[in-house]
Design a protein around this ligand. Structure first.
Ligand code: BV8
Length: 233
């Protein structure tokens, strides 16, 4: 029986909650060039466009709910005798809403704000603009979404490395395996001797790295896999 389970999640986990993925045919990057809205250079070039992009996403996320896959992962954490950790690339708040506690947002959080003047962070659910004043230092012109853009270092990488080095089971769910360093976690888990499983709508870029795979919609295959894990406890 696995002692520590580390689960990497991506946009495919939230797709059935109505959150668009990034690289599917009608995904986010089909409508926006990531260099304009998800890089520090894009933010420096046109902050109003980037604020509009994230304001639109915050509003679109306001009414969404976690789905059966998020619920199954929260149930696994509650019922499994070993440690269960979720490392998500997603910036939505659906894992928290489903009850997951051991959670790392490696790409930051849509409902978080960061002041580039004073470094303070705040929960943020409304719109943001260049005129927005920092609740901490009071200055305008420095507030940004607390998300990790391309070329920026993802959060808690040291902690994630520790979790992967001690993982017995690594499960990757709903991610295309395009974005690093997240796409490299399966290799780290394998090197640590973990069993590696991919649960995804279709085989990902990293398909050959996984010892086991189940393909289908997350709301079907994730609860099924969690039931399999819990039947042995
Ligand atoms: C870093 C922001 C180094 C928040 C995101 C050249 C220049 C610059 C950088 C690079 C470069 N070449 C490589 C890099 C590194 C770069 C990278 O990997 N680029 C790729 C594109 C080649 N990575 C970075 O820049 C990272 N930082 O490397 O820093 C560094 C070192 C030292 C010091 C400083 C820095 C930072 C990467 C983070 C970028 N931020 N988002 C936001 O606005 O959301 S990335 C974005 O992609 C999201 O976070 C998303 O989560 C992530 C990954 O995408 P997926 O989640 O996999 O989503 P995708 O649509 O791709 O796939 C969905 C999958 O679900 C599909 O497989 C689909 O089949 C499946 N699916 C769909 N529906 C369902 C389903 N599965 C199940 N059920 C369903 N219903």
């Amino acid at each position: 029986m696995a002692e520590r389970i580390v689960i990497l999640t991506g946009a495919g986990l939230s797709a059935e909650s109505g959150v668009p993925t990034f690289r599917d045919k009608d995904g986010v990057w089909a409508k926006y060039d990531y260099r304009d809205v998800a890089t520090p250079e894009g933010f420096a070039r046109d902050p109003a466009l980037v604020h509009a992009f994230y304001n639109m996403r915050r509003r679109a996320h306001a009414g969404i709910q976690p789905n059966a896959a998020h619920a199954a992962l929260a149930r696994l954490e509650r019922a499994y005798p070993g440690e269960v950790w979720v490392v998500t690339q997603n910036v939505d708040a659906l894992h928290e809403a489903a009850g997951t506690k051991n959670l790392i947002h490696m790409h930051g959080e849509l409902f978080g704000a960061l002041c580039t003047h004073c470094g303070a962070r705040f929960p943020w659910s409304g719109d943001m603009s260049l005129e927005t004043r920092c609740p901490g230092c009071g200055k305008a012109g420095g507030m940004r979404p607390d998300v990790v853009w391309f070329g920026e270092m993802p959060y808690q990488m040291e902690r994630i490395g520790e979790l992967l080095a001690a993982a017995d089971l690594f499960i990757s769910i709903g991610t295309s395996g395009n974005v690093y360093p997240a796409a490299g976690f399966v290799a780290e888990a394998r090197a640590a001797g973990a069993h590696t499983v991919e649960l995804n709508l279709e085989p990902s870029e990293g398909r050959l790295m996984f010892a086991e795979a189940m393909h289908g919609a997350a709301t079907v295959i994730v609860p099924a896999y969690v039931n399999r894990l819990l039947q042995w406890v």
